[in-house]
Structure formats: C-alpha cells, structure tokens
Design a protein around this ligand. Structure first.
Ligand SMILES: [Zn+2]
Length: 481
C-alpha cells in the first residue's frame, strides 16, 4: 500500500476497515473495495407481479443500511437494482408459469400495465421506510440486447447449448458451480425438490434456462426476436446482464435475500464468470427472512401484508424500520403486531427524548468524535445496528454532554438509521413559518391597496424560495414545492 493510500485509508475509516459477512467465504471479512474509496453495489430487485410484503421490504432495509453505512464511512457508492418484469417463473428454477403472465390473467391487464402498477407500489413502500433509491434502476425488459450478447458468447464457448428450442447453461462445464453454497446443494436432485418438475431438455438436472424460445405457455405476451427464434430471457441472466452493463466487469457487493443464494445467485455467478472469463463479484451479502407467526412470509398465503397495510392500520412505517434495526440482518426476525406496537412506542419515546434536548452550548468536538467513532465501530462490525442504537441511547443519557453536541450526534447517526429522530418542523420551520405569514400579510395589504404589482412580486419572491401561495375562500395558505 502506498503512503498516500495508507493516509487515505486512515482518513476514510479511522484506521479500521469495515467488516462484513461474505456468503462466498462463509465468514466475516474485512471489506476492501476494488477501487479505493468507491463501491459498486448491486441489489436484486423485486418481481413486479404483486405487492412486496414486509418480508421483502425487510430485505431492502438491510441493503439500505449497508448502502447508508458505506456512504457514512466516506465511500462513494454506485448502486444498481433491476426490476424483474419478465422471465421469473413460479419456481425459482425453470418450472411453472411466468409470474407476470399469472398476474395479467388475474387482473385482466397487460404485462406492462401490471409491471408499471406494482413497480410504483413497490417504490412507494420502499420510500415510506426511508430506503434510498439506487442510482441505477433498470427493468429487465430494457436490456434484452445485453442478454442476447451474453448468451451468444456462452454458446460460442460451449458453456451453453440449445435443446428443445430453449438455451440452457451447462453447469458441468464449471469446476465449482456450487461455490456459493459450499456444495450443500450438489446432492440436491432437482427432480425431487418440492414443486420442481424435471425438464427432459436439460443435460444435467441443475442446468438452467438462459432463453426460452419454445415456450410451453401459450400466448406469452412478451417476446423478442433472438438468434434462436422469438422468445424471452430466463430470470437469472437479467441480473448478470444488468449488473455487468451498468457496473462493469468487476463488482464489489451483490446482495439479496437468503432465498436467492440458490439457485438465483449460484446461477448468476456461473453465467457471469463463464461470460467474463474471470472472477466477477467479491462480496455476497444476504439478508435473513422475516417470519410471521406461522413461518416464512409469502405472497401465496392469502392477504399480502405490506407497509401500506401497516400504515392503514395506524402504524408508522418507520416503526417497522426501527423494529428491523433492533435485530441483526443475518438473524431471522419474527413479525407480530405486538412487536410492532412495542417498536412504535419505543420509537415515539425516543423521538420525544431527542426533541426535549435543548440545543445549548458549543459543539464539543472531542466528545463528538468519541461517540461517532463508537457508532461507526458498531456498524463496521458487520452492521450491528442494535449496538449502534445503544450508542444513541448512551449519548442521550450522558449528563456531561451538552445539548448542541447531543443533537449533532443524533442528526449524524440518523443519516444511517433514517428514523426521523429530529422533528424538522420544531427545529427549522418555525422561523420559516413566521417569515411566510409575514409575507402573506404584506400581500393581503398590497391587494387591499390595489397595489397588484407589489402583491405579485411578493408571490414571485416566495415562489423563488420554493413556497407556493394558494388562495382559498378562507384566505391564503401555502405549500412547500
Ligand atoms: Zn437477481
């Protein structure tokens, strides 16, 4: 390491490196990005055939915490996420029906209408729990050329074959297909797995479809021309294609839920590395499931429990985020309304405590650094959010610490927690409101004096500051634009 990078390293992380569990090595590892100070991060996105349940959202909260932590530690993060709007069958392998086709029939809409509706619904819930949108979001249907280019090369190099009209990846061409699962799955006979039927077109049972040409489903709505005839891509090739297209040939972190490890991520590694001819992604990040009291949450068990449903029942979506932060992302978490109720009460108390802190004194930068380093250490330790929350409580309890320093720390920590701990209205907006009301009065007076140009200039002045006046029968109000 050059002297420059050594200093840079100390500056960036306070001397310690972030440590994170890597599914690939099955241990907590020091995180070293490919390019110093920068992180390329890919997250598997939703299949937009239905609402995302709160178990799906827990997974995205885990990814959001990693994203925000990396930024907090000073990394420049570029994150990419796909939207699966074609090719994901009801099994994660190649059997069953395309989930988008099922939704089209269910709701009597086109696949694209379904995709649009559920993509919007997904991001609405995603943002309600303060998840930050990735820089790059790309629907699977927008990258067909990329999958065709990859599949052509895989066929040329004999990693893939055409059989029964479809194109399959031949897993026997790799030395280590089961690298991500530590060979736990290599005994698995696909034919006997629950709900998975054997495909006689395959040379090996674990081979997977890259491109479906002779679809067994009649009238599949989304079809593209390809060198192998009209068809559509398999689910796994989407993420490899989108990731390589937007983030390049070397990836720092790829994440998903634990249920993605096999077969989805296993297949992504197989096809990406066969295509590229070198190692692709260094760290694999997986979130554990959220369970309901009867077991794993799923969309097929009757009603879908979404963030919006929780909100309709009167819960603050951020209380759900808070509940998730109280547990480690690699541990299963059991959801119950009692637990959510408890989380909401605790969060309200916490916010009240923060908002009762009087902002007095000068910032004590030594104390600030001391607590901030403690906070960072907990997150650097494989995202120990529960312990990071304990540091927040320590700050609030510290009687030696002045109000100014406390609030600066809370504000800083909340860049990662995103729990809206400081009420913006109370802290910032009272001055603003006073200013706007004064201007509204001045304008009213100008109008009464028939000085319409002054009235208009007041309106324009406010508009230039992002404040829109709204005249109603009962007087003038405003909206922040
Ligand atoms: Zn994926």
């Amino acid at each position: 390491m050059s002297l420059f990078f050594l200093f840079y390293d100390i500056l960036l992380t306070g001397g310690d490196r972030m440590k994170i569990y890597n599914t690939l090595s099955r241990q907590v590892e020091e995180f070293t990005p490919i390019e110093e100070g920068k992180v390329k991060f890919y997250t598997c996105g939703p299949t937009v055939y239905h609402y995302a349940h709160i178990g799906n959202i827990r997974n995205y909260i885990g990814h959001d915490i990693l994203d925000k932590t990396l930024r907090y530690l000073g990394y420049e993060v570029t994150r990419c996420m796909n939207i699966t709007d074609v090719g994901h069958l009801t099994s994660d392998s190649d059997s069953g029906e395309d989930k988008m086709s099922i939704a089209s029939k269910r709701e009597n809409k086109t696949a694209m209408e379904i995709a649009k509706f559920y993509t919007d619904a997904f991001f609405e819930d995603f943002e309600k729990v303060n998840c930050k949108k990735p820089e790059i979001i790309s629907p699977a249907t927008s990258n067909i050329d990329m999958y065709i280019k990859m599949i052509e090369k895989l066929l040329d190099e004999e990693y893939a074959y055409v059989s029964g009209g479809n194109v399959y990846f031949d897993i026997s061409k790799l030395n280590d297909y089961y690298v991500l699962t530590n060979h736990q799955e290599d005994q698995m006979v696909v034919g006997v797995r629950e709900g998975v039927e054997e495909d006689s077109n395959k040379r090996n049972q674990a081979d997977f479809a890259l491109w479906f040409t002779t679809s067994k489903f009649e009238n599949h709505e989304l079809l593209w021309d390809s060198p192998w005839g009209m068809g559509y891509p398999g689910w796994h090739i989407e993420c490899s294609g989108i990731s390589i297209k937007y983030l390049g040939e070397h990836l720092d972190i790829h994440g998903g839920g634990v249920d993605n490890i096999f077969p989805h991520h296993t297949n992504e590694i197989a096809q990406s590395e066969a295509y590229l001819g070198h190692k692709w992604c260094n760290y694999w990040f997986h979130n554990e499931h959220l369970l309901d009291e009867s077991g794993k949450m799923s969309k097929s068990k009757g009603g879908i429990l979404t963030v919006s449903v929780l909100e309709e029942k009167g819960y603050d979506p951020i209380a759900f985020r808070f509940m998730c932060l109280g547990s480690h992302y690699r541990k299963q978490l059991v959801f119950s309304y009692d637990a959510l109720e408890q989380a909401q009460k605790t969060l309200t108390k916490l916010r009240n405590r923060v908002n009762n802190v009087v902002e007095e004194g000068e910032l004590d930068s030594n104390k600030f650094d001391e607590y901030n380093n403690k906070f960072k250490k907990e997150l650097e330790n494989d995202l120990n959010t529960a312990n990071a929350l304990s540091v927040l409580y320590e700050v609030l309890k510290d009687n030696e610490l002045n109000g100014k320093t406390k609030l600066e720390l809370v504000n800083s920590f909340d860049k990662v927690f995103a729990l809206e701990l400081i009420k913006k209205e109370d802290v910032v907006d009272s001055d603003l409101e006073e200013y706007i009301n004064k201007k509204i009065e001045e304008r009213k007076e100008a109008k009464a004096n028939k000085d319409y140009s002054l009235a208009d200039s007041i309106r324009d002045e406010l508009a230039s500051k992002g404040i829109k006046l709204v005249d109603t029968k009962n007087g003038t109000t405003y909206e922040l634009m």
